[in-house]
Design a protein around this ligand. Structure first.
Ligand SMILES: [Fe+2]
Length: 206
């Protein structure tokens, strides 16, 4: 069976995870607002924000359910106007809202900084391809932000990549066509979100 769901650990290991069968996820009228309600209901069960990542299996399942049932999701995309080659289309937001929910369009050849998110995340590739390079900490008392490469993998349409708050990655848009992804993140802890410079073993707020 083709593996479609992945978890990237805090040490940059890309582990296959069981995916629900599409047949079992088909549901009439699985609107985006139902999905958001399912996710916030799930997260309400976490005793603390920092333990929300424990619910990644259930969150991945709901993301796959949304991807399976929502044509709307696949048609929401920003105009590719950004000079940097990455355009973000926010799907929902309000003051104090704990989630980031967005579709992101990225042009071929775009390379992101090496970064973590300071929260859990789940991405599904809607169209196109992207290469993720995963890094792990090799830090010591003197060089706390030293990192080393851990793994690399190209993901394509229908694949789900989930990661933990400490997961470090760099994303390159590969292929000839723009890549559209749906991205869901928890509440970012700004003091835990970094952009890394491996040559200098340094990091700055991201
Ligand atoms: Fe990222």
């Amino acid at each position: 069976m083709e593996i479609t769901d992945w978890l990237v650990t805090a040490t940059g290991e890309c582990q296959p995870r069981p995916a629900a069968k599409a047949w079992d996820l088909i549901r009439d009228r699985y609107y985006f607002h139902r999905f958001l309600t399912d996710i916030t209901d799930l997260l309400d069960q976490a005793p603390h924000e920092l333990e929300e990542w424990n619910f990644l299996p259930q969150i991945r399942m709901r993301v796959r359910q949304l991807f399976t049932n929502s044509y709307w999701l696949k048609t929401q995309q920003p105009d590719p106007t950004s000079k940097a080659g990455v355009s973000i289309f926010t799907l929902y937001d309000e003051i104090g809202y704990p989630l980031t929910v967005q579709n992101v369009l990225s042009m071929p050849g775009v390379v992101s900084p090496i970064h973590n998110h300071g929260t859990w995340g789940v991405t599904v590739i809607i169209k196109g391809q992207e290469k993720h390079t995963f890094w792990r900490s090799a830090g010591s008392q003197h060089q706390p932000f030293k990192i080393e490469p851990a793994a690399e993998r190209v993901f394509g349409p229908g694949e789900i990549v989930s990661f933990m708050p400490e997961t470090i990655h760099q994303v390159t848009t590969v292929g000839e066509t723009p890549t559209l992804t749906f991205q869901l993140y928890g509440d970012t802890q700004p003091q835990a979100r970094f952009e890394f410079q491996p040559e200098q073993a340094t990091a700055k707020a991201f």
